[in-house]
Design a protein around this ligand. Structure first.
Ligand code: TXA
Ligand code: MG
Length: 323
């Protein structure tokens, strides 16, 4: 990315403004993590409840130490193995981290993003950058700059466009603040890979009405068009006859007839490729203003766990959620 643009973006961050920037997972809406007023604007622009804490994005381990207490035994080995990358660690907060960032919690979420533009922005700004995903609250996350422009547009001081985010789903969030490491959100770093480094970790209870993280509410990542999660075998053919239906599937369906639009996440069934395409495909389907969307379940291994988590939240609270 052009050095001049990064310099301009860093000046906005230092001046208390908001910059939407690419990370390897999704676009973030960033502000100087130490500027409480600037961080307050993030909540306003997103329409996000103040009780939902933000992730502090830093350039490396040394900088992480400024914001959080990184002394829990697995912290160092996880950082060495997965940073920069899509893993967020929740650790006890240090005084430098303003309360507005942690939403009053004694813990702070920290990660080192693996996107060159994000790292350059952090370095040029000279501070940690507090950033949620750059979507309106509850809506589908932005994996391309155009999604940010559509949802937040003029409310952001600058949008850094670096094309499509390579991982495509948000970071995996792991809490190291309790007695044992605990998964708070499935994401871009597969759980299996984390367990290879630190052994078995505690999984969420699976009850979406009791979120692990303040921000993991039941209905989230929602398309405006109602979405049903099902399998090709269980699909009710009536749906296709009576309503204009869009399909989201990992691989090409054996019976494509009757769908008004079809998005295939990966021709070869590769879950990494599918995750990278997930939010773009959801945005495209949503823009068609169809009557309903149907998503076929994917295997819950590797990045499939994060994909299914996002799709479940997309359907939560809808009357036809049991399909
Ligand atoms: O990949 C990502 O993580 C992207 C990019 C931009 O870095 N960011 C992202 O941020 O997904 P956001 O705000 O959309 O999701 C962060 C989640 C929220 O559910 C929030 O509640 C949770 O992290 N979180 C933040 N701080 C926490 C804390 N101290 N304890 C528990 N959960 C926390
Ligand atoms: Mg988000």
């Amino acid at each position: 990315m052009d050095a001049g643009v990064i310099t301009e973006a860093a000046a906005i961050i230092r001046g208390g403004g908001l910059v939407a920037f690419p990370t390897e997972t999704v676009y973030g809406l960033g502000a100087d993590a130490c500027n409480a007023r600037a961080v307050a604007r993030i909540f306003e622009v997103k329409g996000r409840p103040r009780m939902d804490p933000l992730i502090v994005h830093v350039g490396g381990w040394e900088e992480a130490l400024l914001y959080g207490e990184m002394s829990a035994p697995p912290a160092r080995s996880l950082a060495e193995r997965f940073w920069p990358g899509p893993l967020t660690l929740v650790v006890p907060r240090k005084d430098r981290t303003p309360w507005i960032v942690t939403a009053g919690l004694e813990t702070v979420a920290i990660r080192v993003p693996a996107h060159p533009a994000a790292l350059e922005l952090i370095r040029a700004s000279g501070c940690g950058i507090a950033a949620p995903s750059a979507n309106r609250f509850g809506r589908v996350s932005p994996s391309e700059a155009i999604h940010v422009a559509q949802q937040l547009g003029e409310k952001v001081d600058l949008i850094l466009d670096a094309g499509k985010c390579p991982v495509g789903v948000e970071s995996t969030i792991l809490s190291l603040a309790g007695a044992v490491p605990r998964l708070l959100r499935a994401g871009g770093t597969p759980l299996e890979e984390i367990e290879n480094v630190i052994g078995e970790i505690e999984r969420p209870t699976g009850d979406p009405s009791r979120p692990e993280s303040p921000g993991q509410m039941e209905r989230h990542y929602a398309t405006r068009t109602p979405l049903t999660l099902t399998t090709e075998e269980n699909l009710d053919p009536e749906t296709l006859r009576s309503r204009r239906t869009g399909l989201l599937a990992l691989v090409a369906p054996s019976r494509p007839e009757g769908f008004a639009a079809i998005e295939i996440l990966s021709e070869s069934g590769d879950l990494r490729e599918a995750a990278a395409n997930l939010f773009s495909a959801l945005h495209r389907l949503d823009e068609l203003n169809l009557d309903c969307l149907v998503a076929f379940q994917v295997p819950e291994t590797g990045l499939g766990l994060a994909i299914m988590d996002r799709l479940r939240r997309c359907t939560a609270g809808l009357p036809d959620r049991n399909h």
